[in-house]
Design a protein around this ligand. Structure first.
Ligand code: ZN
Length: 409
């Protein structure tokens, strides 16, 4: 009997052991499950970048606002936010926890707009004139010339032009000036560009015909007695001549016009002593016969093509007019050396105050027809001289008035 009893109690012990072990395993499984459930369901929280103010129109991505998600992930991936409207808005961010359960979180962001209201200063109407028979060399047309956009604080903004126009076709073209803030905001102003074909002042032989015309920039061009005046200023260049027999004084004597002479004296007296000593008129008025000799000499020495770049054909020289002069030198080499160089520099900075312009500035041969001549000054009066001086960035008469300088025959 003893053995079965022992056996029975052993069996009971085994059973209890199993029960305990089973309970333990169950407890562990339960604990793990509970832990898993707790872990997977931990509260989800957005991790923010701290950036929540953006400019209207900026490209803003969700990742610019939300750095990450604690205990979960974004349900959407990185997306671009709508930045078109100004103001504060609730941004709804869909997230999912580790179980994959989706929920919405909210974050406040603001799109703000700087006050962008510059005033565009630009003409309401623009004109461009196509001169008949002169299509090969059009006057430069810059619709942005003298156009600016400035706000009340004095800050300037870049301006561009929208709209199509054709400078080779007569018509009215609507264009729009656009000032841009740099962050996508714009202010606009409309204008009308009128392109008009006007008759040429030259006949088929390239000779000027008396009459009233327009320049490419809309100035009045009057040719009277074979002399061209634009806005009242006499123009002599490769296009415009003086007539045969012309003399600046009218009586054949060679002298500067009284205004030019007086302005020269005033400038000479005002020059600092070290400049004045070298400030002389090397070549003033020349009649047509003088210029014929000079030009033919240059052609002999340099060949026709080169001579044309720096010397005028007879009737085409500004020296006929009594308004122009070569000061101190007329040599490119000497002009770049002292003492002439000091004179050239002083003239370049000061001559405009006495009504003189540097007639053939550097790099403007396409406009004037002549290479840089630092010694050749032309009297135009103080008002126009100041404009053309342009704070040291010389504008040529051709560009300003919209006339060309090219031989017509
Ligand atoms: Zn000259």
């Amino acid at each position: 009997m003893a053995a079965p009893k022992r056996k029975a109690s052993r069996n009971a012990r085994e059973r209890r052991k199993k029960q305990v072990a089973g309970g333990l395993i169950l407890a562990v499984v339960l604990a793990i499950t509970l832990g898993m459930i707790l872990y997977l369901n931990q509260p989800v929280r957005l991790e923010l970048t701290g950036e929540n103010r953006f400019h209207v129109g900026d490209k803003v991505m969700l990742s610019d606002v939300v750095k990450g998600v604690l205990n979960g992930s974004l349900a959407t991936g990185d997306i671009q936010l709508d930045s078109s409207k100004e103001g504060t808005q609730d941004l709804t961010v869909t997230v999912k926890n580790r179980m994959g359960r989706e929920m919405d979180e909210t974050v406040q962001i603001t799109f703000w707009q700087e006050d962008f209201n510059p005033v565009i200063t630009a003409p309401d109407t623009l004109s461009y004139f196509i001169i008949e028979g002169q299509s090969e060399k059009k006057a430069a047309f810059d619709p942005l010339k003298d156009v600016s956009a400035t706000d009340e604080k004095g800050k300037s903004y870049p301006v561009t032009v929208r709209g199509k126009y054709d400078l080779t076709k007569e018509g009215e073209y609507k264009i729009t000036y656009v000032a841009a803030s740099g962050d996508g905001q714009t202010v606009t102003k409309d204008a009308v560009l009128t392109v008009t074909v006007v008759r040429s002042p030259f006949d088929e032989k390239g000779e000027m015909m008396d009459g009233t015309y327009k320049t490419a920039k809309g100035f009045d061009l009057i040719i009277k007695g074979g002399i061209a005046y634009v806005d009242g200023y006499m123009i002599v260049n490769k296009s415009y001549t003086v007539p045969n027999g012309f003399s600046s004084t009218g009586d054949g004597t060679r002298s500067l016009t009284p205004e030019t002479e007086a302005a020269w004296k005033k400038m000479h007296d005002a020059a600092p002593a070290e400049i004045r000593g070298n400030l002389t008129i090397r070549s003033g008025v020349r009649n047509i016969a003088d210029q014929t000799v000079i030009f033919n000499n240059y052609v002999r020495e340099n060949g026709l093509e080169e001579a044309l770049t720096f010397s005028a054909r007879p009737r085409h020289s500004e020296h006929h007019t009594g308004l122009a002069m070569d000061i101190t030198t007329s040599s490119t080499e000497l002009a770049s050396q002292q003492p002439a160089k000091a004179v050239m520099d002083w003239l370049n900075e000061n001559a405009w105050q006495y009504g003189f312009i540097l007639r053939y500035p550097e790099g403007k041969a396409d406009e004037t027809g002549y290479i840089f001549e630092p010694w050749h000054y032309r009297y135009v009066g103080e008002e126009l001289a100041k404009t053309l001086y342009n704070n040291g960035d010389w504008i040529t008469m051709e560009d300003y008035f919209g006339v060309d300088s090219a031989y017509k025959n």
